[in-house]
Ligand binder design. Sequence first.
Ligand code: FAD
Ligand code: 2HG
Ligand code: ZN
Length: 475
Amino acid sequence: MTPTEHKAFLATLQTIVGTANVLTEGDLSAWELDWRKRERGRALAVVRPASTDEVAHVVQACAAAQVSLVPQGGNTGMVVGSTPDATGTQVVLSLARMNRIRQLDAANLTVTVEAGCVLQTLQEACAAAGFLYPLSMASEGSCTVGGNLGTNAGGTQVVRYGNARELCLGLEVVTAEGEVWNGLSGLRKDNTGYDLRHLFIGSEGTLGVITAATMKLFPMPKSMMTAFASVPSLDAAVELLGLAHQHLSAGLTGFEVMGQFALRLVRKHFPQQNIPFAGDEPFCVVLELSDHDSETHARALLEGLLEEALQDGCVLDAVVAENIAQARALWHIRESIPLAQAQEGLNIKHDISIAVSRIPDFVRETDAAIQEAFPGARMVNYGHLGDGNLHYNVQAPEGADAEAFLREQEKPMNALVYAQVDRYNGSISAEHGIGSLKREKLAEHKSPVALALMRSIKLALDPHNLMNPGRTLKL
Ligand code: FAD
Ligand code: 2HG
Ligand code: ZN
């Protein structure tokens, strides 16, 4: 682009969204630096449209100028997918101003919401109307509905309600050509050909821009109870999960596991938190029961489960929250682990999924292999055990230079862990996506047939490769 073309392009964007919403100067770190501080990009401009129409016109202007776009919500993604590359030639399309809840349809148990709405804002608005919007994760104070759908986010309630895909009934999307597809019918059954919404969900901004979505709502449970239990091993945690399914059935709405070192990091970096037990138990579990009968009914169910688990020996000790504040505090411990890890320093993350029953063997074998190859590496192992999703993360050995550890050991560490994941028929990305961080890995771990189909879809929907190029797929 010549300087004159550059100026004219910026002027076009300013005409569409207003001068104040085309940012080119000053500190743009909030949009250019990813949450994990892995990569700092440089944007041609950060553009902040306020309506679907404005998004469509911005995309059309970018297509005309052959400028690529990076859709961005809360920029909390874990895989470097929502920040621009270093060339200074990409537009960051921030959906933050498109944050309206368009309609909460109580009769049909749906909510239609714009992509930039912050997840917690949506949860709170639904709760105020007496409904549960179940998607939940530690980043909910800043991640957005568009980012949740762009990544097909999971979080802590998947065991009962599914991930973002399963909650979504329809989308409004601006295509790579700048056309608007309105698929916000909210129908629960619609078999009229290919289900386009599923192409865009989890596509990490590489196929189009999600501008709004119709999502499922649920009746608010009468009672939600949280327990925090210590368990002697991962095998015991899996056994407890089986018992929880039996005792609680669809009432089981959360089942998270936390390894000893993960909790030690929370103790170290957030000493004000009151973590139950001494700290020497190998693993702890947070489990949640949601009940549509009564608190008495819920308590009886949970106590029945814990009694049997204590007798079996798969639980060593347990506390049950007496009120909402205590329940929140117990969940907060779990949710503080990624923040405690970040405080401890740069780290290697593996967001993996494996059949639940095989997780204990996987961890035993892989822990041993890691200790042999990387002596002293500290395992921060925790996650959504109810869904078979571990955050099998690795912190540099005590006292080591975390930056050097990441630089020198990330590749061989990834190779070791992902080879194990393959052996166990697992996935190298359970919920965070691929972004640019795992793009090369995707090519190594997905079959050639699957990769070819994905490329065909990408080229059909975005023939000029302008939508978040270089993310997810290498063309
Ligand atoms: P961004 O980071 O802005 O974008 C993520 C991706 O989606 C990018 O590829 C981007 O281009 C694309 N995108 C964003 N908006 C749109 C749009 N409107 N249309 C099309 N594409 C779009 N993730 C989980 O799944 N489960 C967890 O439990 C979880 N916990 C987390 C805890 C912490 C502390 C943090 C920091 C992150 C966590 N995450 C978790 C990761 C992250 O919060 C989720 O991936 C979230 O869904 C990203 O939302 P966002 O709005 O921040 O998206
Ligand atoms: C969580 O479950 C998030 O807390 C973050 O998915 C995981 O930081 C991580 O590895
Ligand atoms: Zn997670």
